[in-house]
Design a protein around this ligand. Structure first.
Ligand SMILES: Cc1ncc(COP(=O)(O)O)c(C=O)c1O
Length: 427
């Protein structure tokens, strides 16, 4: 008998978890008490006073989805609610067949993804059984599936820059594409890389990126929303950029975090991927669908963009396909996952403001915040089982740490522990 998603507590909605309302009310009450009373007035030592009123959770109280009890894992932009229960059920159903190669065509999933990207697939049969039917389908298809969108980033670099060429990526940006390009450099390929600094408000500087494009440029990456900054660039700016660059330059637009954008004017670039021959968009099942461990991602674009990519990507994992297919239909989990991120951002903004901590408003499932010693803060948090990223060390964002959104409990524990750490470090 397999455990069911509910017996595994995969939605992380147990009775002990507090809601955002409870959390905000409790913190408000605590702030009011703290400002209205004093240790001396109550005849308490400062330590006893703090103990009496610092009622926030700590890591020891946390039972996060998919992590060991007592850990607050806010360092990898994972879905704090866990995977879509429908996806888990789909995986569970396939487990008994694991001894078989499952050579199915990923038709249903690809069909849905085409629709999601705005591609009409009218007139295409729903269930191709033969190679010919699959080939007909492929001609209309604009989806390239892979074991994670990270695999597509790698394949793009190795296929497009294989014979050398110039790459443009933002700095501070996600940076994986530049790292893969460095790998090619180290293997003797004539690859050059330009990292273009962000604007002062930590957005892609598309004008400067345009100026960085030369006759040697073969690939430009735009991560939108950007990681680690959580900022976005408007669609019109991307359209202008695409139109100003020769079609010989491939433009990869990484939309791993698209589902969390709150700006109502934000528009996906899939329309460009479907209309321009040199643009493709990457997406992942690792974030809003909560499936990073199964490895599933895809790109949207015209087929010639993906030429040679197969040389660098493994074959489909049918369990991942089934999970992805089910996750796309799990509207409830998708909405809950977006909500927990949206509410987490609002909560953290308020807490950072109250603490006088500078932060970068985020359109994504993580947020940069400023401290005077990123090494010390991340290390001290880690000692208390709260894991975040040192954005200064990892991406060169000097003075900043990056925290992923978690449940109300997890963010409560993060803020409580951050206060302890900042107090201790005297920051
Ligand atoms: C901006 C960005 N792109 C791509 C990826 C890769 O995601 P995956 O390989 O899990 O699909 C990540 C992972 O965190 C990311 O942050």
């Amino acid at each position: 008998m397999f455990p069911t998603p509910s017996s595994l507590n995969l939605t992380h909605r147990d009775e002990e978890s507090q809601t955002w309302d409870q959390l905000t009310r409790r913190r408000f009450l605590k702030g009011t008490l703290l400002s209205g009373l004093g240790a001396a007035a109550l005849g308490l030592s400062p330590a006893a006073f703090a103990k009496a009123f610092v009622t926030g959770k700590t890591a020891a109280d946390i039972r996060g989805a998919g992590v060991d009890p007592g850990q607050v894992r806010l360092n990898q932009n994972e879905n704090p609610l866990g995977a879509s229960p429908k996806a888990l059920e789909a995986i569970r159903k396939m487990l008994p067949n694991c001894n078989r190669y499952m050579n199915s065509y990923p038709f249903e999933l690809v069909f849905k993804l085409n629709k999601l990207a705005g591609m009409s697939m009218d007139g295409v049969g729903m269930n191709p059984q033969s190679r010919e039917e699959w080939d007909t389908f492929q001609k209309k298809n604009h989806i390239f599936l892979a074991d994670g969108s990270g695999s597509i980033l790698k394949a793009a670099v190795f296929a497009i820059l294989d014979k050398g060429g110039h790459l443009v990526e933002a700095e501070n940006g996600y940076g994986d594409v530049s790292e893969f390009a460095q790998d090619l450099q180290q293997r003797g390929r004539n690859v050059t890389i330009t990292r273009v600094p962000l604007t002062p408000d930590k957005r892609h500087d598309l004008d400067a990126m345009r100026k960085a494009v030369t006759s040697e440029t073969k690939l430009v990456v735009i991560t939108n929303p950007n990681n680690p900054t959580g900022t976005i660039v408007p669609h019109e700016a991307i359209v202008k950029f695409v139109e100003s660059v020769p079609e010989s330059v491939k433009i990869l637009i990484d939309e791993a975090y698209i589902d969390f954008v709150r700006d109502p004017n934000y528009v996906t670039a899939t329309d460009l991927a479907l209309s321009k021959p040199n643009v493709f968009v990457t997406r992942t099942f690792s974030k809003v669908y909560g499936l990073p461990a199964v490895r599933l991602g895809y790109a949207v674009g015209k087929n010639p963009n993906f030429e040679g990519f197969w040389n660098y990507i493994g074959s489909w994992n049918d369990m991942a396909l089934a999970a992805g297919n089910a996750a796309l239909d799990d509207a409830e989990h998708i909405a809950a996952s977006k909500r927990v991120v949206a509410e987490g951002r609002v909560f953290l903004e308020k807490e950072f403001q109250a603490l006088g901590i500078e932060y970068v408003p985020s359109e994504s499932s993580f947020m940069l915040f400023k401290v005077s010693d990123t090494d010390q803060v991340t290390r001290e948090l880690q000692k208390r089982s709260v894991f975040i990223r040192n954005a200064a060390r990892m991406w060169g964002v000097n003075g900043y740490c990056r925290v992923s959104m978690g449940t109300a409990d997890e963010l409560d524990a993060f803020v409580t522990t951050l206060k302890q750490v900042l107090g201790k470090a005297g920051i």
